[in-house]
Design a binder for this molecule. Structure first.
Ligand code: SF4
Length: 381
């Protein structure tokens, strides 16, 4: 399977399918690697403990720093001609890590390094957690999969990014590294606007320096007018992350956040789609937390029918989280769920290619885009 650097091993359909399954397996098991990877990220909100790689013509995020990666059958061998991906010691292909971006070398006038304000995700997404604290970050109530408080405690980020700081970093990352979209997420600061107010201010400031598409991500705000305010400020898409469509799993894994019920989420989906449009609202769905597969598919189907893209990802047991020692889902389960969700997307005429910004557009944390029928250019499978 080893081939010329940077190319697919085989352009045939069977090889493409094998590549898609390999990606599923890699995202579950991770890669044993040296710490030489300059672009990896540890801690923070969302999937982390990972690094970005060029894999068969697309960029993917693969776990390299979490527990499962330590025991993975996959490893990375650095040689003179680049990094080789090995499975149980046998070389499969070249796997180039995405280079450290240039904007990481800059600091604001008051001395804050740009990479404490925003990070490069995948190869062309600038991402920032605009409020790094969360009312749910309590030892008994926090979401068991989340690491948002750890990077703040480690000093690798700042608690609240100002709109001006973000605009400054966006301008530099667009100029120096050619970023193509922006994702702004937030911890939940209160139970009213849930971070939408600060997101709105940040988007307004970014719009003064950039026309790049922006996704905002937050819990559903109490007042649905926030969707209009975010849209009018310049946000193109919104992520409302349900995390699981199994209410029992939500209560177990998110003791505090599950107070926002699934029905509240479905109501929010409808209101957000009325503002942002079909295919411009996404929801993160983590698989492998003990969920009922049928309830999950029913939930994804209901979301897709409303015009919401269910971005399914495998559980990443992150360092320092309450699920640090959990096992990721099996690759066979993920493969089956990806196929079913891809069919739902197709039936609802939704696709990552038609999303303007955010996780569905980026797709690097999930193999779902590889299973879609209407793929974006460059996506394999
Ligand atoms: S899918 Fe979302 S969280 Fe993952 S790298 Fe892309 S923008 Fe970041």
């Amino acid at each position: 399977m080893e081939d010329k650097k940077g190319s697919l091993p085989d352009a045939g359909a069977a090889a493409a399918l094998e590549q898609a399954f390999r990606l599923v397996d890699l995202q579950n098991k991770g890669i044993r690697s040296s710490n030489a990877l300059a672009s990896g990220r540890r801690g923070g909100a969302g999937p982390t403990d990972d690094a970005a790689f060029q894999f068969g013509g697309q960029t993917v995020m693969l776990p390299v720093f979490n527990g499962p990666a330590e025991d993975s059958p996959y490893s990375l061998l650095e040689g003179e001609d680049g990094f080789k991906l090995q499975f149980e010691g046998k070389t499969l292909m070249y796997l180039d890590p995405v280079a450290r971006p240039n904007f990481y070398d800059l600091s604001t006038a008051d001395g804050i390094p740009y990479n404490k304000i925003a990070a490069l995700h995948s190869s062309d997404v600038l991402a920032s957690t605009v409020i790094q604290s969360c009312i749910r970050w309590d030892p008994n109530d926090r979401c068991k999969f989340c690491a948002i408080g750890h990077s703040l405690a480690a000093g690798s980020t700042v608690a609240k990014k100002s709109p001006a700081q973000l605009a400054e970093v966006v301008a530099a990352a667009e100029r120096l590294d050619g970023i193509r979209q922006i994702t702004l997420t937030t911890g939940t600061p209160n139970e009213t606007d849930r971070g939408a107010l600060h997101l709105t201010e940040c988007v307004k400031a970014i719009r003064k320096v950039s026309r790049l598409p922006i996704q905002v991500q937050c819990e559903p705000p109490e007042d649905a007018e926030w969707y209009w305010r975010l849209k009018e400020a310049g946000a193109n898409t919104i992520g409302l992350h349900v995390e699981s469509f199994d209410e029992d799993v939500r209560r177990e894994m998110m003791p505090s956040k599950s107070s926002i019920t699934l029905e509240t989420y479905f109501d929010a989906f409808e209101k957000a789609v009325a503002v942002f449009g079909r295919n411009q609202v996404t929801t993160y769905v983590i698989l492998g937390m003990g969920e009922d597969a049928e309830k999950t598919i029913v939930g994804c189907s209901r979301a897709a029918a409303l015009g919401v893209y269910p971005f399914v990802v495998p559980l990443r047991p992150l360092r320092g989280t309450m699920l640090e020692f959990a096992k990721p889902p099996t690759s066979a389960y993920m493969d089956d769920m990806y196929r079913k969700v891809a069919d739902l997307l197709s039936a609802a005429s939704l696709s990552s290619a038609d999303s303007m910004a955010g996780c569905a557009k980026c797709g690097a944390c999930s193999a779902l885009p590889s299973f879609e029928k209407n793929k974006a250019p460059g996506v394999m499978g």
